[in-house]
Design a protein around this ligand. Structure first.
Ligand SMILES: Cc1ncc(COP(=O)(O)O)c(C=O)c1O
Length: 386
């Protein structure tokens, strides 16, 4: 591996990642929750250490747009995503899930159903219920190599009364990056039916060579019906610091989001802001090294699967470090449980789509040595187990 990303030792990873490593039995390699086994970016560590040294542990500035955070995100979006963002329209929130919830609550007070493409990032499965609306599923076929959103189905769901689509782009767990044409198809339906799109773009910094991320808000006409929810925390491994951003491209939508009672959105952390500003402003070199490392691991994974799990099918990993594996050929309803018995903790497919059998999500953001051992163990567990 050529990149300057530093692998954590097992002991370091256990200290750094209390959920991913701390809730995995000793001897089992964790490859489940979306965190990376790498040392943090130096500019982020330095900024957070300096902030702690200064005692910056009071409430963050209650700045619903603009400020250092807005400017830092706007700079990042311009450099990396080709998106000209108005810093004043970057609203902090505690995390991406809370940002989506806020957008659902505020922009969809009519409680109309929410469309959720499945499989979906597991916490999204509870979002409709906690915001008092129905979830209408838009299943993406588990067969086939390409990830294709069924726009005719979406058209019917909107026609039947759904008024919000929760889009995840790039997609977790499928690793897909929506093309401009796909997004324009979604945009046209949203406009036709007067629906909204909430676009979870937390994985946008993690697009790998071969794909291009198109921010939904850059589409003509999207600003009037859409918001994006973004964060530095996934690409920079700082989920525990609690700061995401809701981005708008329409002053009226921004105003609706920010004129809510304080109880709806007041709990992001000052250290999260410090980390996000440092990541967005000073993290480019580290991020480039990370993307290079993940690209190398993607190639390594392809070889490992061919060797140890030749019957596995995998949609192309266009972004993220989360590989979605179709392991139905091995005949196990719950291959994650079988893998766990074989010494690897991966995420079960049914966590992303209730009832789905034979699939797992594999987190490849670790060392080449661990990834090699992970796939080797999965191969012997799945191919060898009854
Ligand atoms: C698509 C997606 N959205 C949101 C999140 C979680 O973000 P947060 O911890 O900011 O809620 C994740 C985490 O992996 C994710 O994959």
């Amino acid at each position: 591996m050529t990149s300057q990303i530093r692998d954590l030792s097992d002991d370091e990873a256990r200290a750094a990642l209390p959920l991913k490593w701390g809730m995995t039995e000793p001897g089992v390699i964790p490859a489940w929750v979306a965190e990376m086994d790498y040392a943090l970016a130096e500019p982020v560590v330095a900024a957070v250490q300096e902030a702690v040294g200064r005692g910056t542990l009071g409430y963050p500035r209650f700045e619903l747009g603009g400020g250092e955070l807005g400017r830092a995100y706007a700079g990042f979006a311009a450099r990396h995503l080709g998106h000209e963002v108005d810093p004043a329209q970057v609203v902090p929130t505690v995390d991406v899930t809370a940002g989506v919830r806020l957008a659902l609550d505020v922009l969809g007070p009519d409680r109309s159903p929410m469309v959720l493409p499945l499989p979906a990032y597991a916490p999204q499965l509870g979002l409709a219920e906690v915001t008092g609306r129905q979830q209408w599923d838009l299943p993406v076929t588990p067969d086939g190599d390409a990830y294709v959103l069924d726009l005719d189905h979406l058209d019917r769901l909107f026609a039947d009364g759904a008024r919000t689509l929760l889009l995840t782009n790039p997609h977790n767990p499928c690793g897909h990056v929506h093309t401009r044409a796909e997004l324009e198809g979604i945009r046209d339906l949203a406009v036709k039916h007067g629906a909204r799109v909430i676009s979870d773009e937390i994985h946008a910094p993690l697009v790998l060579p071969g794909a291009d991320h198109v921010p939904y808000l850059t589409l003509d006409g999207a600003g009037a019906h859409a918001v994006a929810v973004v964060a530095a925390s996934k690409a920079f491994n700082t989920a525990g610091l609690r700061c995401a951003q809701v981005v708008t491209a329409d002053p009226a939508t921004h105003q609706r989001l920010t004129q809510v009672p304080m109880a709806r959105n007041d709990s992001w952390s000052p250290l999260g802001v410090v980390a996000a500003v440092a990541a967005y402003r000073d993290g480019d070199a580290w991020l480039a090294a990370l993307v290079q490392r993940l690209t190398e691991l993607r190639a390594l994974l392809a070889g490992l699967l061919a060797e140890h799990l030749p019957e596995a099918r995998m949609r192309p990993l266009e972004a993220t470090y989360l590989a979605w594996l179709d392991l139905r050929a091995y005949g196990h309803a719950d291959p994650a449980a079988v893998a766990l018995r074989g010494g690897v903790r991966v995420a079960a497919g049914h966590d992303y789509q209730p009832g789905l059998t034979g699939h797992v999500r594999l987190n490849i953001a670790t060392s080449a040595e661990r990834l090699t051992e992970i796939v080797r163990r999965m191969g012997s567990a799945l191919a060898g187990a009854a």
